[in-house]
Design a protein around this ligand. Sequence first.
Ligand SMILES: CC(C)(COP(=O)(O)OP(=O)(O)OC[C@H]1O[C@@H](n2cnc3c(N)ncnc32)[C@H](O)[C@@H]1OP(=O)(O)O)[C@@H](O)C(=O)NCCC(=O)NCCS
Length: 147
Amino acid sequence: MQLVICQMEEDDLEQVIHIEKESFRCPWSLSSFQSEMGVNKYSYYIVAKKKADNLVVGYTGTWILFEEAHITTLAVHPDFRQKGIAAILLEHLLSKFRNVGVTYIFLEVRSSNYSAQKLYEKYSFAIAGKRKRYYDDEDAIIMVKHF
Ligand SMILES: CC(C)(COP(=O)(O)OP(=O)(O)OC[C@H]1O[C@@H](n2cnc3c(N)ncnc32)[C@H](O)[C@@H]1OP(=O)(O)O)[C@@H](O)C(=O)NCCC(=O)NCCS
């Protein structure tokens, strides 16, 4: 499957919200994405689209604050998982981070989210701590990667 990676646009949000609802117990609202894209000058959000039909199959977002980056979200459409799409999105972010001088990246992941933790471990993120009850019903594991 050929993919195109591009910055998230307003027109993508209907499909993004669909994936968001399929992927997370507490999905972000439309207005959360809109404010990330419009108001937050530190944010960088991208989507992966199938080249054949422009279908959004995954997305990720980050805040880049000088030498620090915080990955805020990453999800792949359930029908397109385990095909390397998250890896492509993450590699795109890592390349962007290198280009703008980021030296370390961190993120929170549910302590039960084995597949996401495996993904980040594959890209040399290490467990750096825990945030108790970061999610209403569960702790978050903090993972960090240094360049
Ligand atoms: C986590 C998620 C983004 C992975 O997306 P994906 O496109 O299926 O992942 P990829 O196919 O690119 O896999 C890359 C690596 O991730 C890990 N991985 C992905 N799915 C996995 C699974 N079900 N079990 C174990 N490891 C998994 C593996 O290390 C894999 O590398 P490998 O294929 O060499 O084993 C996807 O499952 C998802 O959207 N989940 C719901 C939302 C979510 O949890 N987001 C993360 C928030 S922190």
